[in-house]
Design a binder for this molecule. Structure first.
Ligand SMILES: [Fe+2]
Length: 242
């Protein structure tokens, strides 16, 4: 499996607090069947040097400790009015240098500014991968907004924890609805540590295989994430509109 969203880099954000914790997370990911992971620390402005150095440091430590996890570089970018400009100036990292940036928003918003920000990113030639849309209050209140985001060319990444009910029943239902209707392009761990919000995907793989078919699960946890990392096109889908 390929995990597009993780806070595995040490001492950069609210994720891994030490190199030891990063390595424990990496071992857990491999144990759960993840072979490729994208490191996506929270970023709102230029932190490229700091993030790049942390990524290189952890990659070397993975080799030295013989942990078979391929780690790619990325960021979880807080969407702001100047995000498109910062992307064009290469002051923010997309997922492995592709045209796919991982974008998050504050949980409380009204959806309007978020839509404009995503529109500006699309217009600049990128395809935003929106992190955990099911966790935003404005999406819970108005899932019809996903019709517009889909038409704009956005991709949606759903969290493993949402699907497993870790953020409550309402978020669990919405996340499965986004998957069932065909709006979801990827499922990722959004892992923060080796104890809570862990980098496992085997449990959600099993549940999704049972509930939506192994073929669709493969698409969300292997094929689409692989295409995103390689900067390839994601085959177009027509969802069941809200
Ligand atoms: Fe995250």
């Amino acid at each position: 499996m390929i995990d597009l969203h993780s806070h595995i880099l040490p001492e950069l954000d609210d994720g891994a607090r030490s190199l030891g914790e990063s390595l424990a997370m990496a071992r857990m990911a491999v144990d759960s069947g993840i072979r490729v992971m994208v490191a996506t620390p929270h970023c709102a402005e230029d932190r490229t040097r700091e993030v790049y150095l942390a990524w290189k440091y952890l990659r070397r430590a993975l080799q030295e400790n013989e942990i078979p996890l391929r780690l790619f570089l990325g960021m979880e970018i807080l969407g702001q009015p100047d995000t498109a400009k910062l992307l064009q100036e290469r002051k923010l990292f997309t997922i492995n240098g592709s045209r796919y940036p991982l974008i998050e928003f504050p949980f409380q918003g009204d959806g309007k500014e978020e839509t404009w920000i995503l529109y500006s990113i699309c217009k600049a030639g990128y395809r935003p991968v929106v992190a955990h849309p099911e966790r935003y209050v404005f999406v819970q209140r108005n899932p019809e907004l996903m019709n517009l985001w889909h038409r704009m060319g956005c991709l949606l990444q759903i969290n493993r924890g949402s699907l497993l009910g870790r953020f409550g029943g309402q978020i669990r239902e919405l996340s499965w609805e986004l998957v069932d209707r065909g709006f979801a392009s990827a499922i990722a761990s959004d892992s923060h540590s080796a104890r809570m919000r862990t980098p496992r995907l085997d449990d959600v793989w099993r549940q999704a295989s049972r509930d939506i078919s192994t073929l669709c699960t493969r698409k969300l946890m292997v094929e689409n994430p692989g295409k995103i990392i390689k900067n390839e096109d994601i085959p177009p889908v027509t969802p069941e509109w809200f």
